[in-house]
Design a binder for this molecule. Sequence first.
Ligand code: ATP
Ligand code: MG
Length: 330
Amino acid sequence: MTQVAWQGTDRVPAGQRGGQPEWSGMARTDASGAIPGGGAIAPSGPMAPGAPLADMGLQTGAQQSQQTHEQARTGGEVILDLQHISLSFGGVKALTDISFDVCEHEIRAIIGPNGAGKSSMLNVINGVYHPQQGRIVFRGEERRQMHPTAAARQGIARTFQNIALFKGMTVLDNIMTGRNTQFRTGFLAHALWWGPARNEEMRHRQKVEEVIDFLEIQSIRKTPVGRLPYGLQKRVELARALAAEPSMLLLDEPMAGMNVEEKQDMCRFILDVNRQFGTTIVLIEHDMGVVMDISDRVVVLDYGKKIGDGTPDEVKGNPDVIKAYLGTSH
Ligand SMILES: Nc1ncnc2c1ncn2[C@@H]1O[C@H](COP(=O)(O)OP(=O)(O)OP(=O)(O)O)[C@@H](O)[C@H]1O
Ligand SMILES: [Mg+2]
């Protein structure tokens, strides 16, 4: 039987269809923290380039976050409920009647082939796009038209598929922009560096320094972002999102274009954010090994429609999902 790796999610050409997708990547630990199949748990740290993801110490992060994940799986409260969402651009139906929910503290993945509607869905959640149909209930309140800054004030932060940073500004200043929605005192007070404004800015700077420490980017804090390699720019974008102290983090392909080592680091940070801060994470990612390892639940889109929803194991066995990726069911 032909083996097809779930690495990229480009639609598979008809001539190559058939077979069983191989959900390669990082093994999910079982309840005891052991890796199914008996693999050893490696300590985290630098790994040889090209090492298989399963050998890179990610199990340590997954194991540490097991308790949080179990809580999410076994009854975390629904904090975001998307009901019958439809979104069109002229004649293009980006999303058709999509319903799914997100529970507090979970890692919820959205997957699907190119053009499936994943980024559109994220843009609906943080108010960039307004669906023509459907309801969005966030923390018990139905949202109508919402601006992204309002979503940010409600604790929703995000990163973008294409890095959206100020390339000429330093890492520190870029991360500081993540605090914008938190400023309470006025522009004039800040301009004069006066009283409460001064105290407030000190608090913001302290928070930013905490994020810099957390993501281990102290050495590049004064470097202009445009001079950094791609993988580090992605990490800075995560830092900017974290600086907003979100309760929900939307990540649009945070590992796209990264090498294996950079992916390992990013996985560890995502798991640590989830575990240490309890942040709910909605993740779009094409690397199926990563998705299947770190997600609690996965929703699958194809051509703007939902074709699967469940735990990684349920989704892996879903004939419609296999068909969407391979073009055939069996
Ligand atoms: N602003 C827009 N204007 C017009 N069409 C759009 C817009 N945004 C998305 N679309 C269309 O909606 C569909 C879904 O696009 P979307 O970017 O959400 O897919 P995706 O699943 O994120 O794909 P990829 O994996 O390539 O990032 C595509 O047909 C796309 O061309
Ligand atoms: Mg996209």
